[in-house]
Design a binder for this molecule. Structure first.
Ligand code: SAM
Length: 502
């Protein structure tokens, strides 16, 4: 973690995420010294002597580098720091100290004499490390994972309390966070709020290297959210969640176009919405529901997700979700957010909760939209869904209750028969062509299922729907549109109805 005090700055040593296979010490020292020089430049001070041996130096002594655990900043007095900049660990995503041992033993041999204070122990200090490390809690009678998470959360709370103590009343703190698990967000937000902070702004930025192993395999997000925090007005007092809830949705919808203009799209847009949600949520403390119970930040995140889902759906369909069945809404928003046929199940679950109206477990079990194994899930193709009897292609048995089934039915027919005619007949006999919501779903599907430039790699669903859309004239031309007049008896208006025939 990095802590900077402007004017007289302190930095903490860190275990950098660097490939150590080459000349480790040299590359780390170069990175470190250039970062140090950049920092001095940024805050307008000169380079200090005695920081790192070998640095090019001048006389100024404004920047100091100290090594300390974030939860014990005893060398910094209360209310003295202008800015805290922190990039904390995310539960057990990376066990830094365990990884660092590999390098530590060599660094101790090489640098132990130069920095004896930094190399007092045989290995790195796992006990002070703020990560969720279950191996420290084996054989204690309670799940090691539960204990490790509790330990991590307690350490984060202590670190935030220390930051609060050292920060000036008008100081600012930025917290970098990119964990996709909404539970981790809830805990982070709660401990920030408990420590006395409010979240005043949030910025989503692309930072992490997507090639990083931990990023590629776990919780990969392309952007990180920087939360800007300040000390909360101690007189702010409590508020009612029912009063704040609409403000969360309004602010999220207001900020969404701004995020999009900065290329924050897909699932990152949902993640970025947490910032504005926290902004509203953290101004007062505590937030109470109508029964007087304290509301957790996760309620604000759920509201934020709903607001983004509504915002995106409106943008895609030019109308709200009214009339669209929830399954179709979820399917469109899932393609829109994930842009791939495979995505983490938890994200699918969160999106389903945002859309509402069906049980998440039924996505795989009943509706057969997904195949899910060990945390990841995959859209089933229309043909796979048909084989699993998610819908029928027999016109008399077909139900358009879920518009996604209707879309998948025509895709299946087209791909299996390799012809437009069976699709035309199906659309005719089921009346789907005159179903405005169906036609609109078709248009939305064409917008959200990614169109891949290389013809051979196109997603079959997208290709089938696009081919059929282009053949719409042909499909409609063979349909004779008949509008017989029905006399409904004297005094009653005559009604027109549409019917498709050969
Ligand atoms: C997400 S990483 C920060 C990476 C850093 N921004 C960089 O670019 O290298 C979190 C860091 O917090 C460090 N850390 C873990 N426990 C700590 C503690 N108690 N005090 C200070 N730093 C700690 C880890 O070693 C790790 O380097």
């Amino acid at each position: 973690m990095l802590n900077a005090k402007l004017g007289c700055s302190h930095l903490f040593w860190n275990y950098p995420e660097t490939n150590g296979a080459g000349e480790l010490w040299k590359s780390c020292a170069e990175d470190f010294s250039s970062n140090y020089a950049d920092l001095c430049h940024l805050i307008g001070t000169g380079l200090s002597r005695n920081v790192i041996p070998g640095l090019s130096l001048n006389d100024s002594k404004f920047v100091q580098i100290n090594s300390a655990s974030a939860d014990t900043l005893i060398h910094i007095v209360d209310n003295s720091v202008d800015a805290v900049v922190t990039d904390p660990p995310y539960y057990g995503t990376i066990l830094y100290a365990e990884i660092a041992d590999f390098f530590y033993i060599w660094q101790k041999r090489i640098l132990g004499d130069i920095f004896p204070d930094l190399f007092t122990s045989d290995l790195t200090d796992k006990d002070r490390e703020a990560v969720a490390n279950p191996s420290r809690f084996r054989n204690m009678g309670i799940s090691p994972e539960v204990l490790a998470n509790q330990d991590y959360e307690a350490k984060m709370a202590l670190a935030f309390a220390e930051y609060y103590r050292v920060l000036r009343d008008d100081g600012v703190m930025t917290v970098q966070f990119n964990h996709k698990d909404s539970g981790a967000w809830d805990v982070l937000a709660k401990s920030l709020i408990d420590a006395g902070f409010e979240i005043t702004a949030s910025w989503a930025v692309s930072t992490e290297n997507p090639q990083n192993l931990h990023q590629a395999q776990k919780n990969s997000v392309s952007s990180t959210v920087l939360l800007v925090c300040r000390k909360r007005d101690p007189n702010a007092g409590q508020a009612w969640w029912d009063d704040l809830r609409p403000d969360v949705a309004n602010l999220v919808e207001q900020r969404a176009p701004e995020f999009e203009a900065n290329d924050i799209t897909g699932i990152d847009l949902y993640l970025s919405a947490f910032g504005p949600a926290l902004n509203v949520f953290s101004r007062n403390y505590p937030i109470l529901d109508s029964a007087g119970n304290e509301v957790r930040p996760e309620e604000a995140f759920a509201e934020a997700r709903r607001a983004i889902a509504n915002y995106r759906f409106y943008k895609l369909a030019q109308t709200d979700t009214q009339g669209f069945d929830p399954l179709t809404t979820w399917y469109m928003l899932a393609w829109d957010a994930f842009r791939a046929s495979e995505f983490p199940f938890d994200d699918a679950r969160q999106l389903a909760l945002a859309v509402g109206g069906f049980n998440v477990a039924d996505l795989a079990k009943t509706y057969k939209l997904l195949d899910s194994t060990s945390g990841t899930c995959k859209f089933l193709t229309p043909q796979q869904r048909h084989k699993k009897r998610a819908f029928s292609l027999v016109e008399e048995e077909f139900s358009a209750r879920y518009l996604i089934d209707a879309l998948h039915a025509i895709i299946t027919l087209y791909l299996e028969e390799q012809a437009i005619e069976p699709v035309r007949r199906f659309l005719k006999s089921t009346g789907l062509l005159s179903n405005d919501l169906f036609m609109r779903s078709w248009e939305v599907a064409l917008k959200v299922i990614p169109r891949i430039g290389d013809e051979r790699k196109r997603i079959p669903e997208e290709k089938a729907l696009a081919d059929l859309w282009l053949a719409m004239d042909e499909i409609k031309a063979k349909v004779i549109y008949v509008q017989p007049e029905l006399e409904l008896g004297s005094g009653q208006q005559s009604l027109n109805f549409a019917q498709f025939e050969e």
